[in-house]
Write a protein that binds this ligand. Sequence first.
Ligand code: SAT
Ligand code: MN
Length: 619
Amino acid sequence: NADSSVTLGQKVPVTTRLNAPEFVTNRALLRWISDIVVLTKPENIHWCDGSDAEWTALTAELVTGGVLIPLNSELRPGSFLARSDPDDVARVEDRTFICSVNEADAGPTNNWRDPDSMNAELKVLFDGSMRGRTLYVVPFSMGPFGGPISQVGIQITDSPYAVLNMRIMTRMGFDALAQIDDKTPWVPAVHSVGQPLVDESGLRIADSAWPSNSTKYICHFPETREIWSYGSGYGGNALLSKKCFALRIGSYMGLQEGWLAEHMLILKLTSPEGKAYHVAAAFPSACGKTNLAMLRPTVPGWKAETIGDDIAWLRPDADGRLRAINPEAGFFGVAPGTGEITNPVAMSTVWGNTIFTNVALTDDNDVWWEGMTEKTPSHLIDWRGEDWTPDSGRPAAHPNSRFTVPIQQCPTLADDWFESAGVPLDAIIFGGRRATNVPLVAEAFSWQHGVFIGATVSSEKTAAAEGTVGELRRDPFAMLPFCGYNMADYWGHWLALGEKMGANAPKIFQVNWFRKDDDGSFMWPGFGENSRVLEWIARRVDDEAHATIGAVGLVPSQGSLNVEGLDLNDEVLGKLFEVNEKLWLDECDLTEEFFDQFGDRLPSELTTELADLRGRLSA
Ligand code: SAT
Ligand code: MN
């Protein structure tokens, strides 16, 4: 019974109702929190209201405790630096599990564990894991409150660092909590860093600035929509709204309910004539997704505005158009490589109110990372807290160091971000980092062909030698680590939604900014010049730009891609679109091997598309 009193930890008697705010009456919610309290045995409970006062108090507490370093308030107001444990710096894919009832439902690309046995294991780990700590109840909304595509969740965590990041990354607090009534489904997510402050006999254990545990588990139970995360304080492992909910659990919810949870940025383009286009784009990591989301077009008259940089939830509306929201409220971006030249918009976004994790500290208490400025400072404190000079022979910032910043500080934020119905998508783009084969841009012949393109997204692991395809890291739909169920069923779901939308479905395109010439240099300038490709895509949406049928898709006809003013001769332009039949047929063999692992779950449409591609290449 949720209203009966429970005992917190070993000593603190707790009032009934677990310190819950008055307006919380949902018994299932109170029961769940009571169960977690009994299991994890925290010393206090704090319900996060999401207020400025709460932010101020919590950051002050963490500064006192040495968890956060306040940055120079003139250079970087309201901002802090956190340094993680050196062993807790990234997502842990080998410790990430999909615990579906049937192993086949997790599919060959996920780590699977039986839900009962995983539950039993987790109960042991979480037993007393919050002793001596505060348990935070973090209610959050993914997307605008009450929107038709939005969802709510509650994260329980013993990490105040996670609380602060959740407040930036989501719409967090009592307004989100108030969304939950007896009829509203919500996703329960439990997180513990796995480092109690008091042992079983009540003795205090020394704390650390970045508590964590060498044992880590990131577990998803798609059928019950639960998330359990243990042992890590790092972003993707600890901010459970993000990859765990918005992608892994979300993708499975989408399968059940007829929508899509995707690893995509959302961009609004406005033509010189004032017409708006909305595009969503999926790229594997390290392909410049955040840069594209904050693109500054070089094509005269075109405007680009940001709606999201990482996650998109897509749902057909009553008119059959695919609508998209960014369910997040902040950016959790990679710092290194972000600078005035590569991404000036991101640089102005992080002017203040930002939590930096694992970047370097300058002598005047500001942040620095590789690629931020042309000139490297002569002295820094590196991400581990050690003195650093340019000849230290190691990076000053961790390569996966991050900034967490409210999206509303982004100078190119589109008003549409606030739109609870989402934006109607005109185009979906898939991209990878390919030195060979994949043309600068190609339009899919059909939705089904587009799904095939998405399913075959890959990046080259090794620089391809001339005349070979480099070793491919497959990352279908950029969702390989994030799809909460069998990837073949996921492709089937995409196919079914396309069928349902028919002529209303957005057009699908493939892009590749990374093609190299024989000397190994990039042939396409990239960055702001990518707006030329986006312009062509927008013109294709309106059936204005001319396209030519190629073996791998519809490519720009002579003169239809705007390359005016670019230092790009016809030979290079030709090479950007070159399709070498032999190399492509080799790649088809690799695709067949890749598809084979899905056995008879593979939709037959993809087999058909592969056969058609081989046919076009051999013609
Ligand atoms: O997974 S995180 O959200 O921590 C960052 C990423 O890998 O995209
Ligand atoms: Mn991502």
